[in-house]
Design a protein around this ligand. Structure first.
Ligand SMILES: NC(=O)c1ccc[n+]([C@@H]2O[C@H](COP(=O)([O-])OP(=O)(O)OC[C@H]3O[C@@H](n4cnc5c(N)ncnc54)[C@H](OP(=O)(O)O)[C@@H]3O)[C@@H](O)[C@H]2O)c1
Length: 282
């Protein structure tokens, strides 16, 4: 185990599978102390043993939370802050494509709650700790899926006509607009916020849906998806590389900055999304 990041603490959501788990394992190898978030106790236990065995890093703690429930996000933030007195990196990664409409017991649409509100709320609740940690980083896993969509503020949660894939794409646009607004609010501090597209990656992504959706996504993955190892590279880069120290408010793909969609840069829309999210969570 190398020791270049020995004193750094990184929180990763969605660390029991796919990109999040791969990033966790890599960052553990670099010496990071990890606070990992999972929802399933069996997967938490097996992932913890796997990462510790593979990397020899014992400084790995798991927290259990269903991130589509804001009461769980609030409890999680308290648990993280009672375990760690600083946070160097927050990697908001947990997300899903949910093909059918559904609401959480708190009344939020499932995709919007998990993919957007959990990033927004967890970051907000950990922000004071992040800002008190010199050169800390917030990294939000978004997607190029945002490129061909637009936020409709009158139907943000799809209550008035839900379609699974468009809802997913919009939630990923939310990740980017949230990042840009957050980055502006962080100016003058040493904390940065960036977001990324990981590529089309051979993970469990979409496997929570009905058979027909799993089959078509599975066929597309077999034809064109990259490995999980490759898909985690930009997340690992943004969490750990010296090259991005001080870089703030950018969208990355293959470890390089790139432009996101036109609407993502509209400051008025970023602020509107921020204000609505705040109101929904108040
Ligand atoms: N795969 C792609 O092609 C692709 C492309 C662009 C962007 N992305 C983004 O990459 C991120 C990671 O996705 P992935 O491809 O690695 O998918 P994945 O293999 O399905 O992993 C998703 C992770 O999120 C966790 N998760 C899902 N719902 C949760 C909930 N309600 N509460 C807590 N944790 C939850 C999962 O937990 P379990 O292990 O319990 O299921 C898992 O650890 C997502 O934000 C996704 O939008 C993926």
């Amino acid at each position: 185990m190398t020791s270049t990041h020995q004193d750094k603490i990184c929180i990763i959501t969605g660390a029991t599978a796919g990109i999040g788990k791969e990033a966790a394992s890599n960052l553990a190898s670099m010496g990071f102390t990890l606070g990992l978030v999972g929802r399933n106790p069996d997967k938490i236990s097996s992932t913890l043993s796997e990462i510790q065995f593979a990397t020899g890093n014992e400084h790995v703690t798991f927290f259990q939370a269903d991130l589509s429930l804001m009461e769980d996000v609030r409890r999680l933030a308290v648990e993280i802050q009672s375990k760690f007195d600083k946070i160097d990196v927050l990697l908001n990664n947990a997300g899903a494509y949910i093909s059918e409409f559904g609401k959480t017991r708190e009344g939020f649409e499932n995709t919007f709650a998990l993919n957007h509100l959990s990033y927004f709320l967890l970051t907000d609740l950990l922000l004071d700790t992040l800002k008190a940690t010199p050169n800390s980083r917030i990294v939000n896993v978004a997607s190029n899926a945002h490129l061909n969509t637009h936020l409709d503020f009158d139907n943000l949660q799809g209550f008035n006509g839900y379609k699974g894939w468009p809802a997913y794409c919009k939630s990923k646009l939310c990740n980017i607009m949230f990042t840009y607004e957050l980055a502006r609010r962080l100016e003058g501090s040493s904390t940065t916020a960036n977001c990324l597209h990981p590529g089309f990656v051979k993970t469990n992504f979409g496997n929570n849906n009905k058979r027909s959706v799993r089959m078509s996504l599975g066929a597309a993955k077999a034809l064109g998806a990259i490995s999980i190892k490759k898909g985690a590279e930009t997340s690992i880069y943004l969490a750990s590389s010296d090259e991005v120290e001080g870089v703030n408010g950018k969208y990355f793909d293959k470890c390089k900055t790139k432009d996101s969609s036109t609407q993502s840069y509209v400051i008025e829309d970023q602020q509107r999304l921020w204000n609505i999210s705040e109101q929904l969570l108040s």
